[in-house]
Ligand binder design. Structure first.
Ligand SMILES: [Zn+2]
Length: 200
């Protein structure tokens, strides 16, 4: 029970951090965590309807087979994507889907974020761009899961990230802190790459 509350609290604190720091906008976003023998997922409409203002009771809980076992709210539309990542990649415990202000510009343009900075390489590494697919679709979930599973060995040394064309970003980590670190590193790299053009 204590583990459950801690896991839910970790998600609540993470999403508040995401929204307060501009690491995601109210147009979307969802977060999942694997803890003990359960998965935890944010509710549907967390961005547009709730503005990331959620509490522990809003989190949906799943068993290790992906069966919903607790939660009054509807799950995030990207739930299958998160569960597929965390079930398919034993080393991963946390996944974040966000619409970061600057990284989403690269996603919009379908261009990779440069990884010139040391922190970018150390915290997230190369971030491929996944083809356009509707939010919540099976194609989007399958494409993301396939990419993450193909690069899952990278999670031993750092978080991994990828861009969703015309949409946003996903990061995955051994811990929530690692997934969050990957997201911050990606956003910083995107911001620096874009704004440094003004100085040229
Ligand atoms: Zn989204």
């Amino acid at each position: 029970m204590e583990n459950t509350l801690r896991a839910k609290q970790t998600i609540v604190e993470t999403v508040k951090f995401l929204y307060d720091r501009g690491l995601s906008s109210g147009t979307g976003g969802n977060v999942a965590l694997k803890c003990g023998d359960k998965f935890y997922l944010t509710p549907h409409g967390m961005g547009p309807e709730l503005r990331y203002d959620i509490g522990p009771d809003d989190i949906i809980v799943y068993d290790m087979k992906g069966n919903k076992i607790h939660g009054n709210r509807e799950p995030s539309v990207e739930g299958n994507m998160h569960l597929g990542i965390l079930m398919g990649c034993p080393a991963a415990s946390a996944s974040i889907h966000a619409h970061p202000y600057y990284a989403t510009v690269f996603a919009y343009a379908g261009k990779q974020i440069p990884v010139d900075m040391e922190a970018t390489r150390e915290l997230v590494g190369e971030m491929p761009v996944i083809d356009i697919a509707p939010a919540g679709s099976k194609k989007l979930a399958d494409d993301v899961i396939n990419d993450v599973l193909a690069r899952s060995s990278e999670i031993e040394s750092h978080g991994i990230g990828l861009l969703l064309a015309l949409h946003g970003m996903i990061t995955v980590g051994r811990t929530m802190a690692q997934a969050l670190g990957a997201l911050e590193a990606a956003e910083e790299a995107a911001r620096c790459a874009l704004l440094s053009r003004l100085l040229q």
